[in-house]
Write a protein that binds this ligand. Structure first.
Ligand code: UDP
Length: 241
């Protein structure tokens, strides 16, 4: 069990990238589907307003702090995280491990064609990686059981769900009891980045904790989500006083 930090009610694991990877490696030897969540400030603000989402996140097996906003929050709350972890870096670490151990991965989500393209790019970088399957993320509620059936047919070791937050978290939570996989994680826009549909932030943005700004420049329509950031920081400042 890792130590947790309470961020506005969300219990976040105080893990480094490597520690998170070690925990999930352990999940891959298990028997049930473990759920991993990587909340950022926007998701935490969603959870503050939606207790059902708060319960889903707090019921996850591993809650990895995603991005610089949570690092600032941990400092203000006087329990600083050891390092900044991002969802996309964590996925990279897992790909390295899955490649090395020749375990399988399934990519669910994003627009038609994107998961397949992401899988091809992953395979180029990690030739021993075994792609169990891919499926786009634009299926109807009544098609969900069929999608779960397809995943269960191939029983991947690791499942990436890119349906956007909080849809992907609700999906994993609903089906974790019936999914034949060892670990499932919500990866947001990561498959778009792997497929080359969305660019990863250049080093300048990464090194200065400005990945959120780069994402906004690429997708200005996300301004509504970004608007949650100041409210998040104000709540944290009040709490940290
Ligand atoms: N997405 C999906 N099905 C949906 C809604 C979204 O597959 O019903 C995909 C979308 O194509 C994108 C990913 O989910 O690849 C992340 O979406 P978004 O950027 O909105 O999520 P966030 O990064 O904010 O979690």
């Amino acid at each position: 069990m890792t130590e947790k930090l309470d961020i506005l009610g969300v219990q976040v694991d105080k893990v480094t990238l490597e520690e998170a990877q070690d925990v999930v490696k352990g999940y891959l030897d298990g028997t049930q589907c473990k759920m991993i969540v990587t909340p950022n400030p926007e998701i935490i603000m969603d959870a503050v307003k939606d207790m059902a989402l708060m319960d889903i996140i707090n019921g996850a097996d591993l809650v990895i702090p995603d991005g610089i906003g949570l690092v600032y929050a941990s400092k203000i709350l006087k329990q600083p995280f050891k390092e900044r972890v991002t969802g996309i870096d964590f996925l990279e670490k897992m790909l390295e491990h899955l490649n090395h151990s020749q375990q399988t991965i399934y990519l669910l989500g994003s627009k038609p064609g994107v998961a397949k393209k992401a899988a091809e790019k992953m395979k180029e970088k990690y030739p021993k990686l075994r792609i169990a399957g891919t499926h786009h993320g634009y299926f109807k509620k009544e098609e969900e059981e069929a999608v779960i059936g397809e995943i269960n047919k191939v029983a991947p070791n690791f499942l990436c769900v890119a349906l956007g937050a909080p849809k992907q978290e609700a999906f994993i939570n609903q089906y974790k009891g019936s999914l034949k996989t060892k670990a499932a994680i919500g990866v947001g826009g990561s498959l778009d980045v792997w497929a080359g549909e969305l660019k990863r932030a250049p080093d300048f943005y990464k090194n200065n904790g400005l990945e959120w700004l780069y994402r906004f420049i690429q997708q200005p329509s996300r301004y509504k989500r970004l608007a949650a950031l100041p409210a998040f920081m104000i709540k944290i400042l009040i709490k940290g006083k």
